[in-house]
Every structure is written in C-alpha cells, then in structure tokens.
Design a protein around this ligand. Structure first.
Ligand SMILES: [Fe+2]
Length: 329
C-alpha cells in the first residue's frame, strides 16, 4: 500500500521519521535521538515538528546536568509523552510528566534534566538554523576518523540551531501548577464547550510573539467537523490520545494516539471522533481564542445578535476554517 502522506504515527518511528540525528553525553552515552516529522515553512518557520527520544541522564551527571540555554528568536513547545523531566525556568524547577506541555519563549532562559526516558515531541517557530552544521555532520558520517578534528568543528561554530549556553541555574522547587510555562489541558487559559467537543486554549498568541496559538479540542465519540471546501491555511494536528477518523482529499484513514496529521492547504477534509480524543492544533493559525471570546460575549450578553451571519463574520475575521460541526451520540 502506498504510504499515507498525511499521517505520521509516532508509535512507529522506524517508518515515520524522515531522517534523524543523535546527541551524546560527554562519556559517549547517547543523550537523545531526534527524528524529523515535518519541516519548517514560510517566514516564521511554522509547522516544524520533531519527535525526540530523550534518554535518562547518567548517574554520574545527575547532580549537575541541567542544559541551561536560551534562543534569541526561536520558540519551542514540547509535549511530554512519557517519563519524567525537571524543567528549569523563571527561577523555578518543576517536575513534568506525561500529559504536560512545556512552552518556551524567545529570550527565556530554560533547561531540563531528564530523569527517565522521555518521548519529547516538539513544534518550533522563528528558529534560525545554520546549514553549515549539517554539512559538517555529513563529513563526520562519511569520514568518522575526522570527527574529532578541531579544524572541522570550526567550520560550524554556531551549532545547528540558534542556541546560546548559559551558566547553571539557581532555582526554587515549585509544584507544576505554579509554573506559567507548563501547560496542561487540566489548566487551560479558557475552555469552551460545544456539543461533543471542548476547546482548551493552552498557549495564547501573546506567548508566541503573536505568531500562533496552541489549542486542544477534546472530542467525544460521534463528534464530527467539516472544514470549508478549500481551506486556505495548512493545518497540522496532533492526536495525542484517542481515535479519530479523517477524510483528506477523499482518502479515509484512522489516526489514533500519538499520530500527527498534516493537512495541506486547499485540501477538502473532515473528521469524526471514534473515541474520547485529545486533538492539538499544532499549526495554530486560526485565531480560535479570539473567535471564542467574541462568540461567548455575544452569546451571553447580546444573544439577539447571534445570527448565522454574525457567526460567519466572526469565522472570517478570525480565520476559522470549520464549516460545520455535528454530534451523533
Ligand atoms: Fe531550548
């Protein structure tokens, strides 16, 4: 069967990753392996998604290892999908585990210590990457005898990504609920209930330099959504848990837990939740948060204005591409 170009099942990295790279601890043990899911696109480098396995920090480094760094312009959002990791940020240290989401802003110092093996899925934007690093990597791959040559290392002095190391952190241990950088669908900025679907606003646009937002639709079985005929915005969805049937360009398939679904622009598509499912909008281009704020204000304070024309106007204003939703129990 031909490979489904819209579906990336992160449960099977061997068939899903389009190339990968490894990092190592100073003792030579593997620290991480990152696989490319979708690449960056456009001036803000949106839709970039990497699936990384972060290995447990070896005992000999457990005391001191915290990877302190910052990015001058890049933003990162990580899904913690297994294991446990300490996050150092805003003078705090918090313990994150499966279900948590770590949102890191440009210029914000952060670090992490993986105390168990962690499935660490990330989306990034406005990240500068330096292509000379990949070319140096190729030399090392083909000619491993040159891997430790300082002259070769000097060809890529900036590394692969805009990433500036810092001194270790001073911090205070706090519960995860007290750290603004750690998101979870249990603690959204706002939550909006529709028949068969609850939309959680997790990362607002102002936490992303105005470029995107992160929302999660928690769907019940029988919830359906149909997009406008030729949606102008590309979408990247992450079915973090559950089971959702998609129809994209007439191709029907099921995405279950840990599946990324890439929906090209102009592609007619629809979905139906088959189980209780968490679906995250990784592309984050529709202004869902502002759409719902406006909709809820009108619905509760000036309901006489809530006509189909008003809703259509709101959808247009906030680039909402859904034509209709349904719920059959
Ligand atoms: Fe980072």
């Amino acid at each position: 069967m031909a490979k489904n170009e819209f579906l990336f099942d992160l449960k099977t990295p061997e068939t899903t990753w389009r190339g990968s790279g490894k990092h190592f601890f100073p003792n030579g043990q593997e620290a991480s392996e990152a696989g490319m899911i979708t690449s960056a696109e456009g001036p803000h480098g949106l839709y970039w998604c990497l699936d990384t396995i972060m290995h447990k920090v070896p005992e000999e480094y457990m005391e001191t290892w915290d990877m302190p760094h910052f990015h001058t312009r890049g933003y990162e959002t990580f899904f913690v999908d297994s294991g446990k990791v300490y996050i150092y940020i805003n003078g705090q240290r918090v313990l994150c585990q499966k279900g948590d989401i770590v949102h890191l802003q440009a210029g914000q110092a952060h670090g992490m210590k993986f105390i168990e093996e962690v499935k660490w899925r990330g989306t990034y934007h406005d990240f500068e990457t330096y292509p000379e690093s990949r070319d140096v990597g190729r030399v090392k791959r083909y000619m491993p005898e040159l891997a430790d040559d300082p002259e070769l290392a000097a060809c890529a002095p900036r590394g692969e990504m805009d990433n500036t190391p810092l001194e270790h952190f001073l911090y205070k241990d706090v519960p995860v609920e007290q750290c603004l950088a750690i998101k979870n669908i249990a603690r959204p900025w706002a939550s909006y209930d529709l028949p068969g679907c609850s939309v959680k606003v997790l990362v607002e646009r102002w936490e992303n330099g105005g470029v995107k937002e992160l929302d999660c639709a928690v769907m019940e079985p029988g919830f359906t959504a149909e997009w406008v005929k030729y949606p102008p915005l590309r979408e990247l969805l992450y079915v973090r848990s559950g089971k959702v049937k998609f129809n994209i360009l007439g191709q029907e398939f099921i995405a279950d837990d840990e599946c990324v679904v890439s929906i090209p622009r102009f592609a007619p598509h629809s979905l139906e939740a088959l189980e209780h499912s968490e679906v995250y909008d990784l592309g984050g281009q529709s202004y869902w948060s502002l759409f719902f704020q406006s909709y809820e204000y009108i619905r509760t304070k000036e309901p006489e204005r809530l006509t189909p024309e008003t809703v259509e106007a709101l959808k247009k204003k906030f680039q909402v591409q859904i034509k209709s939703i349904g719920y059959k129990k």
